[in-house]
Write a protein that binds this ligand. Structure first.
Ligand code: MN
Length: 155
């Protein structure tokens, strides 16, 4: 598990899921900021400059897919890793999430081990420029073995 303190933006409108994600991340020493609104999430990403964004795909105003596309379209947020979190765990939806610019995908209900295993590589890599293509996730994992830092990366 990572021992480096990171800044994580939680975009989630379900209070129980927010509580769970915050508890897990803060338990591991990370700092979190949360919103349940996709438009506010975009502004928070610009202001807060998180190392990682957790994006619920079902949000009340704009969807998590749309918020992700907008974040990917702006230079200020283009390179921030985004992990989708959703109860709609179909192959079609997973493809939509990756095509919209998400780097990985976590299904609800959230399993702590599965969740931490999914986000850990992005926290370690978050200071390294990631490729901005549609097969981002595969490329990130391919690069992981080559460029993963062996010492803590501090901001
Ligand atoms: Mn939701």
């Amino acid at each position: 598990m990572t021992h480096y303190r990171k800044r994580i933006l939680i975009v989630e409108d379900n209070r129980i899921d927010v509580r769970l994600l915050k508890d897990i991340l803060e338990e591991h020493g990370h700092e979190t900021v949360q919103t349940g609104d996709g438009l506010e999430a975009i502004n928070l990403a610009f202001e807060y400059r998180p190392d990682l964004i957790l994006m619920d795909l079902q949000l009340p105003e704009i969807s998590g897919l749309e918020a992700t596309r907008r974040l990917r379209g702006d230079e200020r947020s283009r390179r921030i890793p985004i992990v989708a979190v959703t109860a709609f765990a179909t192959q079609w939806y997973k493809r939509e999430a990756l095509d919209s610019g998400c780097d990985a995908y976590v299904s609800k209900p959230i399993s702590m081990v599965g969740f931490l295993t999914t986000i850990e590589p992005f926290l370690s890599l978050s200071r390294i420029v990631l490729p901005a293509s549609k097969s981002r996730a595969n490329q990130v994992y391919a690069r992981l073995a080559l460029v993963r830092p062996s010492v803590p990366v501090r901001r």
